[in-house]
Ligand binder design. Structure first.
Ligand SMILES: Cc1cc2nc3c(=O)[nH]c(=O)nc-3n(C[C@H](O)[C@H](O)[C@H](O)COP(=O)(O)OP(=O)(O)OC[C@H]3O[C@@H](n4cnc5c(N)ncnc54)[C@H](O)[C@@H]3O)c2cc1C
Length: 504
């Protein structure tokens, strides 16, 4: 029995919606199943931090958010490593232009609205109120059971991607394990209206007291997000499963921060923990997982959206290549090979932050030591690179050492001069196609890549950087680069073949 659709994407959160656009740009036909009939309007994430900002820019989506960015001085006020403030403005001022992505104060609901509109505009079939209820796979396809507004139905897809969040049914039913560390902290979250009286006493950063942790983030219109956790009420505490109430939240803030805040109109009351888990494989046959379905973590430093978005921009073009028939052997498996280690490294960093947010004199001593280390520029730079995910490098194959330091890393947004006018790499990446920039005077790279013009977009330009050329994968990572005067184009041809198949 053949498949009805190319790809079913379970979950219309940020990961699923962006994946749908990536698949459409790659020529595949996705169906997105989202169980919620309409968006809730609530936002877990309040700010986009790290590579996600550049990844969205490379698709032309940042401007659609219209959220601007946080200036370096303001970022210093909320940048922290497990609650230890990071003074980043000097570091950012000293870095090359464009190196540090400025955080974008966009709420998750706003991001999801932009991503959904984009996916629909590109022709993705986004079905709201449709819940994936079960799955099975055979050699040719995945069959999914769907509960829709007008009853249940079945869909057969060549591939299924679980972007269905932390409790992913796809992950469970595909038999993908989810090992990791159990929660040690229980955080209460409330978005409430605060009376004017207490506002002056709210902390600017995470406050770690003798009894717990407390943060307050102003959301505008008198509404604040309060997050509080008490050492005396760990995750196993008896009240874990009772619905949170505003009275509880108020009492907890009083016990932890010594503030008696007048709260009203709760628009969201919830809890979350520091459990850190990761799918043991990102692919099981024709089923893949991405975003929170593949990893869960404490939202310390905001790694969630950045990791989810990079999962799907890594997966999208590879899966589209697979279903449209041009993927070189093994391409789809590089999704796990690249993104699993990146997720593992992010989880390790978040766990370390969780420890710094734990109680006790020993932790206080460790925090003091870390605080002192972070007064050194090199240590600060290392930590900020990890916080923002700027240190991610993919292993481009064991048989080949990188010929240029850019290979395997993020392609910098080069300002370019072309005969048609000034542009930048980010603009050339909007279509999610591989880009070969030929920066040589004799155009030898364009000539060497002539056999790949159907799959790879070649742009002839000039730049002030010491580079002769760069081959950028659709996910924004560098597959190959050449320093000036490097006349050998064998490496370029090899990279084109590895990632984009034989010359056509
Ligand atoms: C309190 C808090 C604060 C956070 N703050 C930040 C921050 O500031 N910055 C940041 O980057 N990250 C933050 N995060 C993390 C971020 O919210 C997540 O990483 C992000 O939502 C992951 O997106 P996703 O699409 O993978 O999963 P989700 O957003 O969970 O989306 C999954 C979707 O799948 C749907 N679904 C589930 N099961 C099914 C099914 N069976 N069938 C159909 N649909 C289904 C759900 O309804 C949902 O819409 C925060 C998280 C929390 C809890």
């Amino acid at each position: 029995m053949s498949a009805d659709v190319d790809v079913v994407v379970a979950g219309g959160g940020p990961a699923g919606l962006l994946l749908a656009s990536e698949l459409r740009l790659g020529g595949a036909e996705p169906v997105v199943l989202e169980r919620l009939p309409a968006p809730t309007g609530l936002s877990k994430a309040l700010v986009l931090v790290g590579r996600v900002v550049q990844a969205l820019d490379y698709r032309g989506l940042l401007e659609r958010l219209g959220a601007g960015s946080v200036p370096a001085a303001a970022y210093s006020r909320f940048a922290h490593l497990g609650g230890i403030p990071l003074e980043v403005s000097g570091l950012i001022d000293a870095a090359p232009p464009g190196y540090f992505p400025a955080p974008v104060p966009a709420r998750q609901a706003q991001v999801e609205a932009v991503l959904e509109a984009r996916a629909r505009e590109l022709g993705a079939d986004v079905r709201r109120g449709h819940e994936l209820a079960g799955l099975s796979q055979d050699q040719d396809a995945v069959t999914v059971e769907v509960r829709g507004p007008r009853g249940s139905y079945r869909l057969r897809a060549r591939y299924l991607v679980g972007c269905d969040g932390a409790h992913s049914l796809v992950r469970k039913q595909a038999g993908i394990g989810f090992p990791g560390t159990a929660p040690t902290q229980l955080h209460w979250l409330g978005e409430v209206t605060l009376a004017e009286a207490g506002l002056g006493r709210l902390p600017q950063q995470i406050e770690r007291t003798a009894t717990g942790l407390f943060t307050a983030v102003p959301l505008g219109g008198g509404v604040h997000r309060l997050v509080v956790s008490e050492w005396a009420r760990p995750p196993g505490h008896a009240d874990r499963d009772t619905p949170p109430t505003i009275e509880e939240l108020r009492a907890a803030v009083r016990r932890v921060a010594g503030l008696d805040l007048q709260m009203s109109q709760p628009r969201w009351l919830s809890r979350f923990t520091d459990a850190a888990r990761q799918a043991d494989r990102y692919r099981a046959g024709r089923v893949l997982v991405a975003g929170d379905a593949a990893h869960i973590q404490l939202p310390a430093g905001g790694p969630g959206m950045s990791t989810a978005v990079q999962d799907v921009v890594n997966l999208g073009w590879k899966l589209a290549a697979q279903v449209t028939g041009w993927a070189p052997p093994g391409l789809l498996d590089t999704y796990h090979a690249e993104r699993h280690p990146a997720g593992q490294r992010m989880l390790s960093f978040v766990r370390a932050q969780g420890v710094l947010l734990s109680p006790g004199e020993h932790v206080t001593a460790l925090r003091e030591l870390m605080g002192e280390l972070l007064t050194h520029d090199q240590a600060l730079r290392y930590v900020v690179d990890r916080l923002l995910g700027l240190d991610i490098r993919y292993d481009l194959g064991a048989d080949r050492a990188p010929a240029h330091p850019l290979e395997g890393g993020w392609a910098p947004d080069l300002p370019l001069r072309a005969d048609s006018g000034d542009t930048r790499l980010a603009t050339l990446m909007h279509g999610a196609r591989p880009v070969l920039l030929d920066l040589t005077a004799d155009r030898r790279l364009r000539a060497a890549a002539a056999g790949w013009t159907g799959r790879v977009q070649t742009a002839v330009a000039r730049t002030d950087q010491p580079l002769d050329g760069i081959l950028v994968r659709p996910d924004g990572y560098v597959a190959w680069a050449a320093a000036p005067g490097d006349h050998n184009t064998d490496g370029l041809r090899q990279a084109l073949q590895t990632w984009f198949g034989p010359a056509g």
